[in-house]
Ligand binder design. Structure first.
Ligand code: ZN
Length: 232
């Protein structure tokens, strides 16, 4: 296994234009993942069902209009490594390619047509500096292209740890322990339907916090889309 991986990485060094899933040569017009692998990606099709398992995660926690994921992040699946490449191996193009494909599905669905803005879950500043990009933002850029909906990346921000800890008194610290996000200019979201985007959903805790923060603004609606879904 390790040897195969080393060999694959070595080959890619000289022939970088290979499909990230099946390692076959990419043809003109294809990037990152070949047409066949994109076609066969294990789609959840949750966008066709408003009471799907991802939507159910948020029941009783945040009032969400729609929630779905693009594909199953299953053990043993050859698609599993895509997320790893996106998050830990600097392959941000995976996010864009799959986000675009995901958007092609969502744009066909009536309940996703009235979305005003796409908002990626912000990354910790420290993590952003390490990685050089926010993987959720790369997915959101793909969605933006195929859905034709604008992107907002500067309004919803994440408190960084030191900021939260130093600016508050001890009591505030205890009270705000779960408050990880804020809006820089809440009025910009007023009355808007926001699609919050992340790479994967498991417990939904982070997405719930983002949704709650957005929903504090008058007249907002929230929908959620993640690239991958894994049941615990
Ligand atoms: Zn392929």
């Amino acid at each position: 296994m390790v040897l195969t991986r080393i060999l694959t990485d070595f080959i890619r060094l000289f022939y970088p234009n290979l499909c990230m899933v099946c390692h076959s040569d990419l043809t003109k017009g294809e990037s990152t993942i070949c047409t066949s692998c994109l076609y066969h990606i294990p789609r959840t099709k949750y966008w066709l069902d408003s009471e799907n398992p991802v939507a159910k995660i948020f029941w009783g926690r945040a009032f969400v209009q729609n929630a779905c994921s693009f594909f199953f992040f299953a053990k043993g699946s050859r698609y599993r490594k895509l997320l790893h490449q996106l998050k830990y191996n600097g392959k941000k193009e995976v996010g864009f390619t799959l986000g675009k494909e995901f958007g092609n599905e969502l744009k066909m669905i009536e309940s996703y047509k009235n979305i005003d803005l796409i908002v990626p879950v912000p990354l910790h500043l420290k993590r952003f500096k390490q990685r050089g990009y926010n993987q959720a933002e790369e997915i959101a850029k793909g969605l933006q292209v195929s859905m034709g909906i604008p992107l907002s990346t500067i309004n919803l921000v994440r408190y960084n740890y030191t900021e939260t800890q130093t600016r508050k008194t001890r009591t505030q610290r205890v009270e705000n322990v779960s408050k990880a996000f804020r809006l820089e200019t809440p009025n910009d979201f007023k009355g808007k339907h926001i699609l919050i985007v992340d790479d994967i959903v498991t417990t939904g805790a982070t997405l719930e916090e983002c949704a709650t923060t957005v929903l504090e603004v008058e007249g907002t609606k929230v929908s959620i889309a993640t690239l991958a879904y894994t049941s615990l």
